[in-house]
Design a protein around this ligand. Structure first.
Ligand SMILES: O=C(O)CCC(=O)C(=O)O
Ligand SMILES: [Fe+2]
Length: 287
């Protein structure tokens, strides 16, 4: 691990660049629980398990999503890149988050109706494999309340990207989330299940975990969205095509983005949540 300063004259990104042995997204054709835990433990940056959610389950989850009464659509004031959303947002305040968690919790659970409890299958397996290694898994808490478990979102293009280059660790330490225990986690892993996607919508992943000074210099306050492409040009990048049925997870302290969809009429829809070690024996999950 080395601390670097990019050579871009105007904007300099400072932070951690990892060796190539870490900076990879390992690909498998089945869920590899040991590899999942290796990603959580920081042995490797990420993993993608190809085509592990069958079509029947995907169609059922999408049906549950697009027909849910909790579904927020464009007219409900979503950000520019979101077409539809169910879940709680961490972007405003813990009070707002708490209300959204409560309002949506039943419909969040119902996303997996008639799928043979696919979410439980995933969580139970991770829990068991962590327990075999002496670690526990639980939902993250704030002020004595439980966090949301996952969210489901469908995206729209915004120029060159569906989601512009960002990291997902800055927001957790933001002032408005004080009291949420996930702020103590240094290495956060994002977990995604791809339910719908066509051409494009690739994951772009850069080998730089920017530090707080860089985020401040760029004027980021409550999130870390919009790292300039010219400042990222000096860092290695991996581009990973994302297909329906894939489950993937990766270190979200590193800058990443979702590339534009070739056809914006085709949905790119995912379920996602975050995970991370709070201490050497405890893994938290939340969304
Ligand atoms: O959809 C993806 O592949 C990544 C999404 C992402 O980076 C995010 O939601 O923060
Ligand atoms: Fe992200």
């Amino acid at each position: 691990m080395t601390d670097v300063l990019s050579s871009t004259p105007s904007i300099q990104l400072q932070g951690i660049v990892h060796p190539d042995s870490y900076f990879q997204i390992v690909e498998k054709n089945e869920i590899d629980w040991q590899l999942w835990i290796d990603v959580l433990r920081g042995k490797v940056a990420g993993a993608i398990f190809r085509g592990v959610v069958n079509q029947e389950i995907r169609q059922q989850i999408c049906h549950n999503f697009w027909h849910s009464v909790s579904l927020k659509q464009k007219s409900d004031g979503l950000p520019a890149h979101a077409k539809a959303f169910i879940g709680a947002s961490l972007s405003k305040s813990l009070e707002f988050y708490s209300e959204e968690v409560e309002r949506t919790s039943q419909d969040i659970e119902a996303l997996f109706d008639n799928t043979g409890d696919f979410y439980l299958f995933l969580l139970d397996n991770i829990k068991k494999h962590l327990a075999d290694r002496g670690c526990s898994l639980r939902v993250a808490e704030y002020n004595g309340r439980q966090a949301g478990k996952y969210k489901m979102r469908s995206w729209l293009n915004t120029g060159d990207f569906v989601i512009v280059p960002h990291d997902d660790s800055g927001v957790l330490k933001a002032h408005h989330l004080q009291g949420f225990e996930v702020g103590q986690i240094d290495r956060v892993v994002g977990v995604l299940i791809c339910l719908e996607n066509g051409e494009g919508g690739d994951l772009h992943y850069w080998n730089i975990s920017p530090n707080d000074e860089t985020r401040e210099a760029l004027g980021f306050k409550s999130d870390s969205f919009g790292y300039p492409l010219e400042a990222l040009a000096d860092f290695d990048k991996i581009t990973v095509p994302i297909c329906p049925g894939d489950i993937y997870l990766f270190d979200v302290t590193k800058v990443h983005a979702v590339g534009a969809k070739t056809d914006d009429e085709v949905n790119r829809t995912t379920i996602s949540w975050s995970m991370g070690f709070l201490d050497p024996k405890t893994v938290l999950h939340w969304a």
